[in-house]
Write a protein that binds this ligand. Structure first.
Ligand code: PRP
Ligand code: ADE
Length: 172
């Protein structure tokens, strides 16, 4: 296992039965609070691809995507839960490990053909990431890859992202 994977595992804590019974929730707040771990994760994402825009998925994805964009000299684009973006949007609905949701992106968030890295904290069932890929493509940009801090392999999210490059800093 890489030093980065070990560092992440040491700073993510498991919360049983949150937000509902049967879910083992991966709480990244200890990692965010640790300067060395936070910097290593952002550097890890920024080392993957040079892109024009980094997309962050509300809310935890924002925290990691914005510093990644800064590090790359790229722009940041928020994908938000429905009803939060002020201008004209595209939307996609999906199921995730513990519920369902609708996300949106501004219709004019990208110029055609821009290269995009999508960043989030956790890949579980893949519903969220798949919907984000769909939105970015419908908005006219090119999804270079998805990058997550942690992939929960038993939920097989990767299988729902056929044809998209998926980078996980740690797989559990
Ligand atoms: O692979 P999936 O099963 O779709 O699950 C992964 C998503 O679930 C969490 O987001 P959540 O909707 O809980 O939002 P939050 O970041 O606002 O806590 C996480 O941050 C991912 O975006
Ligand atoms: N088990 C989990 N822990 C943290 N975030 C998640 N998003 C979906 N499933 C999750």
């Amino acid at each position: 296992m890489s030093d980065l994977s070990r560092l992440i595992l040491d700073h993510v804590r498991d919360i049983r039965d949150y937000p509902q019974p049967g879910v083992l929730f991966k709480d990244i707040t200890p990692l965010l609070a640790d300067p060395e771990a936070l910097a290593a994760v952002v550097d890890g994402f920024a080392g993957l691809h040079q892109v024009d825009k980094v997309v962050g998925i509300e809310a935890r994805g924002f925290i990691l995507a914005a510093p990644t964009a800064y590090r790359l000299g790229a722009g940041f684009v928020p994908v938000r839960k429905k009803g939060k973006l002020p201008a004209e949007t595209l939307e996609a609905s999906y199921d995730l490990e513990y519920g369902s949701a609708t996300i949106e992106v501004h219709r004019d968030a990208f110029t055609p053909g821009e290269r995009v890295l999508i960043v989030d904290d956790v890949l579980a069932t893949g519903g969220t990431a798949r919907a984000a890929v769909e939105l970015v493509r419908r908005a006219g940009a090119d999804v270079v890859a998805i990058a997550v801090l942690m992939e929960l392999a038993f939920l097989k999210g990767r299988e729902r992202l056929d044809g998209v490059k998926v980078h996980s800093l740690v797989i559990v």
